[in-house]
Design a protein around this ligand. Structure first.
Ligand code: GLA
Length: 404
C-alpha cells in the first residue's frame, strides 16, 4: 500500500486508540542487501538498499508524566513503561516492545537522550516490513523509535550516531551481536541508490542503482522459513570470525585488534592450512565476499548500460550465495532451492540469500518482462515443492528514516 495512504490511516488509528491527533510521525525503512553478507562485523564492505517497506510510528507527547504507552497495530498489543525501569533482555526471547525500549536505553547510554527529562508519550506503531523475513523489520523499528524519541526530546543528533545507538540496542539490550549494516541503511538510505558502506570507518558512498531505467527490478522472495535459530547461530559465526582473526593476525604479525578485513587473500591462502577446517571456511567466505563487493561496485560504476557489467554483477551475486551456502553455512535447503529455481528463469541476472540467513529472503535482479515467469517458476514452484507460502516483494530503493 502507498505510504501516503498508510500515513493517513495511522493518523486515524491513533485518534481511535488515544482520542487525540498525533503530533508527528517517524518513518524508517527495511532493507535488502545486494552483496557484502556477514562482512559488517568483520570491518568489511556492504551494499544495502533501503526499501519501500517501512515502520511508521505516530507520536503525541504527554506533558508532565514520564510514561510511555506503546500500541502495535501489527501485534494487536499494547505496553506501558517508564524509562527508569528499563532492563536489557539478553538471553530471553525479545518481544516487539523490547526493541523500542532498547533504543531508549541505548540513546540514554550514548548520552543522546536524558531519561529524567519529560515529556512522556503515546506511540502507535504500524509496519509493512514483512516480519522475521530477513528484511530488517527490527532495525526499521529501532530507527523509527530513535527518530521518535529524539524528535520528541528536541535533541539534535547525527544520523550515524543514531544508527550506532540502534546497533547498541540490538547488541546489548536484545543480545544479537549484529553489525551496523541494517541500522545504518535504515537511517541513511538514498532513493534509487544503494550505499557502499565501509563498516570500519563508517564512510559511505551513494551508488545509483541504474536498474529501473534498464527495465530490471529488485525482487525479494521470502522463503517463509521461520528464523528461530538465527540469533544464536549468528553470534556463533561472529565468534568464529573473531577467533580466526586472532589466530591469523598473530601468525602474520598484525596488530592485536585486527579484523578479517585486514587480511589479504594471498596472506590467507598462505596461512589457510594452519586454521581448523571450519574457521578456514568462514574466513574464505569473508575475504572473498569483500572482494566480490568491491568488484560489484566497480561494475555498477562502469555502468549497466554495458551488458557485460550487468552480467558480471549477477555472477558476483550468484558466487556470493554459493560462498554463504558452502563456506559460511548460513543458507538452508529452502533458500538454496529459491536460488536454483531463479537461475533457471531467463531474465534473472543474479540471485542470492540476503541478510543473516537461516531462512528469510533471497534477493533477485529480474528483468521486468520476466516477472510473470519468475512468479510461476520460482514462487509458485517453491510453494508446491515445499508447502511453504513464499511471497515475492518487488522493492524500490527509498530514503532512510525521517520525520514525515
Ligand atoms: C544481519 C545483521 C547485519 C549483518 C547481516 C549479514 O542482518 O543485522 O549486521 O551482519 O545479518 O550480512
Amino acid at each position: 500500500m502507498q505510504e501516503s495512504i498508510r500515513i493517513e490511516q495511522i493518523r486515524i488509528e491513533f485518534k481511535k486508540a488515544f482520542g487525540i491527533a498525533p503530533s508527528f510521525i517517524a518513518r524508517a525503512p527495511g532493507r535488502v542487501n545486494l552483496i557484502g553478507e556477514h562482512t559488517d562485523y568483520n570491518g568489511g564492505f556492504v551494499l544495502p538498499v533501503a526499501i519501500d517497506r517501512s515502520i511508521l510510528i505516530a507520536v503525541a507527547p504527554v506533558i508532565g508524566v514520564r510514561r510511555f504507552e506503546l500500541v502495535s497495530l501489527e501485534y494487536n498489543d499494547s505496553v506501558t513503561f517508564e524509562p527508569a525501569n528499563l532492563e536489557p533482555v539478553v538471553g530471553k526471547v525479545p518481544l516487539w516492545a523490547n526493541y523500542v525500549q532498547g533504543v531508549m536505553w541505548a540513546l540514554a547510554q550514548k548520552g543522546l537522550l536524558d531519561l529524567n527529562e519529560p515529556p512522556g508519550a503515546r506511540l502507535l506503531i504500524q509496519g509493512d516490513v514483512p516480519r522475521g523475513a530477513g528484511l530488517s523489520s527490527s532495525a526499521a523499528l529501532e530507527v523509527a523509535s530513535a527518530l521518535a524519541f529524539l524528535h520528541l526530546a528536541g535533541s539534535s543528533f547525527e544520523q550515524v550516531q543514531m544508527a550506532r545507538a540502534c546497533q547498541k540496542a540490538e547488541n546489548e539490550y536484545i543480545g544479537v551481536k549484529s553489525g551496523i549494516m541494517d541500522q545504518f541503511i535504515s537511517a541513511m538510505g538514498e532513493p534509487d541508490s544503494a550505499l557502499l558502506i565501509d563498516t570500519r570507518s563508517l564512510d559511505y558512498r551513494t551508488i545509483p542503482l541504474g536498474l529501473e531505467e534498464l527495465g530490471y527490478k529488485i525482487v525479494a522472495v521470502d522463503s517463509a522459513v521461520p528464523r528461530t535459530l538465527a540469533g544464536s547461530a549468528y553470534n556463533k559465526r561472529r565468534e568464529e570470525c573473531e577467533e580466526a582473526a586472532k589466530i591469523l593476525s598473530k601468525q602474520l604479525g598484525l596488530p592485536n585488534r585486527s579484523q578479517l578485513r585486514d587480511i589479504s587473500l594471498s596472506d590467507f591462502n598462505e596461512q589457510a592450512e594452519t586454521l581448523p577446517e571450519t574457521l578456514r571456511m568462514r574466513v574464505r567466505h569473508v575475504i572473498t565476499e569483500d572482494a566480490r563487493t568491491l568488484e560489484a561496485i566497480e561494475r555498477m560504476q562502469a555502468g549497466f548500460t554495458n551488458p557485460a557489467n550487468l552480467r558480471r554483477f549477477g555472477e558476483l551475486l550468484n558466487a556470493s550465495h554459493t560462498s554463504l551456502s558452502d563456506d559460511y553455512e548460513v543458507s538452508c535447503a529452502e533458500l538454496d532451492l529459491l536460488v536454483d529455481l531463479a537461475h533457471a528463469v531467463p531474465g534473472v541476472i543474479g540471485a542470492r540469500m540476503t541478510g543473516a540467513g537461516f531462512g528469510g529472503c533471497t534477493v533477485n535482479i529480474v528483468a521486468a518482462n520476466s516477472l510473470p515467469d519468475f512468479e510461476e517458476k520460482v514462487v509458485q514452484e517453491y510453494r508446491q515443492r515445499t508447502g511453504l507460502n513464499a511471497q515475492s516483494h518487488i522493492c524500490k530503493a527509498v530514503r532512510g528514516g525521517e520525520i514525515v
